[in-house]
Design a binder for this molecule. Structure first.
Ligand code: 4AD
Ligand code: MG
Length: 473
């Protein structure tokens, strides 16, 4: 008999029909010669209840129906007398496809997140991780749908690259060289000419630079793929391997870029509410009681648009009013997460799009502002048209900017920052040949999933997290 997915079976009401389902046993209980099995096949958070009389089945087979075992069940779809489910299956035939003994690591309910990370190969079989990964899939679909419907082309940028887009030196090297026997020149520098690519290469930290090439040809593109950062940040918000969505658009200015960021995030959140209702309801009950309310709240909120300089003024006022921060916040400092959280969670209580950051704390490609900001009557240093979107509980979810389109100014930045010019010739060609105003942003996919699921740790929203000292599975 052809197998029916449990999500489809639960929608049917042709009671009396013969049906076959397959899945893994979540639990089995019995009373007075009748057994009840909760079977889950991953197609939905919901289980199918299987009911049968012990006397109709082989005793040895029934003993093999343990938590985690894999079953094929045939029977009759019937209306369920039990609350919380519309149908169940009266079993006529059960086959154990895979036994599961009591060494199964997901035996007990309520295991800690840390423990579940140590069994990341099996944790997708739990309710919570099933929900998280179904939502993750749906958010990927939301992203493709949003950009496709808005006329953006999905553009594939390389994962192996010779340039450091963010200039932060957080690259993982890619080499086939024998690390135990490295050839060096007279100055002690490693010779890369005989390496696989004939030069030093790394895993990309961002597809943006190649994305800009595409945007200045196709008009509007997005990339969506893995990104790698060798930053030694052991926080609940950082991964060494994460997924990033990077739209890049020709002829866009800063207000339009901010509109795009806000519209895009709201689209994704609305998509989750519309397509992942059952999983969200589960997470709302079990993981984060305020989740659905927070997601709905975002849809009805205008994000605050805030100059960095104004942000510093607010933070300094808070300090004068007695608020204690661990880190200083003078104009020119990079805001730390406690500052971002103060602005978003305490001062405005809304998402904040911050702009016009000091040039020196942002990447080389950002467009330089014409005017310098004034704080307390004093003129500050140069700023750039960067935009970070700061979210409650997450902090920075998006980083983006309008790009510097002037060849001369861009060269000036590259020289000032000692970025090796010969590696950048292809990028500079966009400014040399028909340069145009353009901009874009990068959204950390896992940070979006954190927000949408209410999970607390970024290691729990990607199937197999890569973090410092951890590359299991
Ligand atoms: O702010 P970032 O570094 O910006 C860029 O990479 C630009 N090239 C994007 C662009 O303009 N096209 O990173 C963008 C986003 C951050 O806002 C954050 O959400 C996420 O990527 N991110 C990380 N997520 C998880 N782990 C990390 N280590 C991350 N680093 C950045
Ligand atoms: Mg950033």
């Amino acid at each position: 008999m052809k197998r029916t997915k449990i999500t489809d079976a639960l929608k049917r009401n042709d009671f009396g029909a013969e049906i076959c389902v397959k899945g893994w046993v979540r639990s089995k209980r019995g009373s007075k010669g009748i057994f009840f099995i909760a079977l889950n096949d991953g197609s939905t958070i919901k289980n199918m209840q299987i009911v049968g009389e012990d006397s109709n089945f082989d005793e040895e087979m029934l003993k093999r129906i343990t938590t985690g075992a894999c079953l094929s069940v045939e029977g009759t779809l019937v209306e369920s007398p039990a609350a919380g489910q519309s149908s169940e299956i009266q079993a006529t035939k059960i086959e154990v496809l895979g036994d599961c003994d009591n060494s199964y690591p997901l035996q007990k309910k309520g295991a800690s997140w840390e423990y579940l990370r140590s069994v990341a190969h099996l944790r997708p079989r739990t309710n919570t991780f099933g929900a998280v990964f179904r939502i993750r899939h749906n958010m990927a679909m939301a992203i493709h749908t949003y950009f496709h419907e808005h006329g953006y082309f999905y553009f594939h940028t390389p994962l192996i690259t010779a340039s450091d887009c963010e200039g932060a030196g957080q690259m993982f090297q890619v080499t086939t060289k024998n690390l135990y026997d490295l050839k060096k020149d007279e100055q002690g520098n490693i010779i890369y000419a005989d390496d696989f690519f004939g030069k030093q290469t790394s895993l990309t930290v961002s597809g943006q630079l190649e994305g800009e090439l595409a945007a200045t040809a196709l008009g509007a593109i997005y990339t969506f793929g893995p990104t790698f950062r060798a930053e030694n940040s052991n926080t609940p918000r950082h991964l060494a391997e994460f997924w990033m969505v990077e739209p890049e658009v020709a002829f866009i200015d800063l207000p339009e870029l901010m509109d795009l960021e806000e519209d895009f995030i709201k689209f994704c959140v609305r998509w989750a509410l519309e397509h992942c209702r059952e999983d969200l309801e589960f997470l709302n009950k079990m993981v984060d009681k305020g989740l659905i309310e927070r997601l709905e709240g975002i849809l009805n909120t205008d994000f605050v648009r805030l100059d960095y300089t104004e942000g510093i003024r607010i933070l300094q006022e808070a300090i004068r009013g007695g608020h204690k921060f661990e880190f200083p916040c003078e104009w020119g400092d990079d805001l730390s997460s406690e500052h971002e959280r103060y602005l978003v969670e305490e001062h405005f209580r809304k998402p904040v799009i911050m702009t016009h950051y000091p040039k020196k704390i942002k990447a080389f490609y950002m467009k330089i502002d014409d005017q310098k900001p004034i704080l307390d009557g004093k003129e500050m240093e140069e700023t750039v048209q960067g935009t970070d979107v700061l979210f409650p509980q997450i902090g920075e979810i998006i980083g983006g900017s309008v790009r510097e389109e002037s060849y001369e100014k861009l060269i000036g930045e590259i020289e000032e920052r000692n970025i090796p010019m010969k590696d950048m010739w292809w990028y500079l060609d966009t400014r040399k040949y028909g340069s145009c105003p353009h901009g874009g942003f990068g959204l950390g996919f896992e940070r979006l999933i954190l927000f949408v699921t209410g999970m607390q740790n970024i290691r729990d929203v990607i199937p197999f997290p890569r973090t410092p000292k951890n590359a299991n599975f």
